[in-house]
Design a protein around this ligand. Sequence first.
Ligand code: MTE
Ligand code: MO
Length: 431
Amino acid sequence: MRTDDEKKRDSHRHDAVAGVSPGEMPEQPADPDRRGFLKRTGLATMAAMVGTNIPFGANMPAGMVPAALASQDILKGKDGLSLLNDRPVNAETPPELLDDPITPTNRHFIRNNGIPPENMDPDSWMLTIDGFVDNPLKLSIADLRNQFEVVTMALALECGGNGRAFFDPPARGNQWTYGAVACSEWTGVRLKDVLNKAGVQSNVIYTAHYGADTHLSGDPNKIPISRGVPIAKAMTDNVLIAFEMNGEALHPMNGAPLRLVVPGWPGSCSQKWLTRIWLRDQVHDGPKMTGKSYRVPAYPVAPGDKVPTEDFVIIERMPVKSLITYPANNTDMTAMETEVRGHAWSGDRSIDKVEITIDFGKTWMPAELDAPVNEGAWQNWRARVKFPMKGYYEVWARATDSAGEMQPFAIDWNPKGYLNNSMHRVGLRVG
Ligand SMILES: Nc1nc2c(c(=O)[nH]1)N[C@H]1C(S)=C(S)[C@@H](COP(=O)(O)O)O[C@H]1N2
Ligand SMILES: [Mo]
């Protein structure tokens, strides 16, 4: 039995967790071992771990993890990401740290809806393929490697809510700025090949994806997220069931040991900690598929408009967008010229051109643009700019895709703050 005092301290602890209302908090912490460890850890040990004494340590609620340690631990194997939330973990990458043509694992953002599983053992991991298939399959990761062609592709993943922070009126949810996007190199097997082996029946219209992460509430009957895609998308060549990221095992926060990678569509389609793909004869209706989740109004709305739920449609491809990764915003530079570079992408399409301006959009110059290394990868671009005199400049970039769609200057507002593909602006003090 816990004493009242302990209960009070526990509820205090819950109140202190960012982004989760106390009502949503589990009765039991998700990671009892770690909690137990910290409970047994005295103030002195905690002080040693943070590297100095903790003057108000006696006031710390029972079981509280010092925030400085929590983020180090959560962001282990990541470098320079900003933590938006620690329960669930959400972290984005500042644009200037996304400068590499292929995003290293330590710079790949994290977007969790629930609590990652404790067991991520690749040797015992099993993937089930079932529903309307001729031969339901149960495959280990070794089976996937042995029975199907293993491919490596650079694939762009962007959260549907990337850029939400710039909506006005604001939209609730993670306040992503620019960095919930990445293009790492993924190794795995084509989803299409696995589905063909299972034998997709003619009535299948949608996939349904399941992972091993658990609901924030701690309720084992609830799952944090289960999304799917139309079967035609699932059968394209660049949708992978991946077991390696940049030539190594997946990072635990990026879905180890097995995940889907569905490039060009909202990141939420790319189920992490993947355990099951269920083939359905209806549009999937799992958590975060229905209501207003990952949906936008079927028609343009004015900022602040209330839109009835039945007028929302599921987001499919992500819109044309670009990012300036060099120089960083707010750079003081002595030289009167610089290279400007970044990436551009558009779901299921390629980029035709990227243009930049240094005069607030009066004149635009084309950037040099690379072809994608494969379908589904972002495209790298660069330009040389000369500044006519000392002063403050903004570099803006805008991409146009193969269907002729161009990034807008201003946000196309929607109630949940998805799909912000407005131009990226970088401010520089020159000379
Ligand atoms: N099982 C599971 N898969 C998931 C999620 C999740 O919470 N649980 N989040 C999704 C969302 S919303 C995004 S944007 C991507 C993010 O992938 P990343 O964390 O590897 O960057 O994972 C998707 N897959
Ligand atoms: Mo997402």
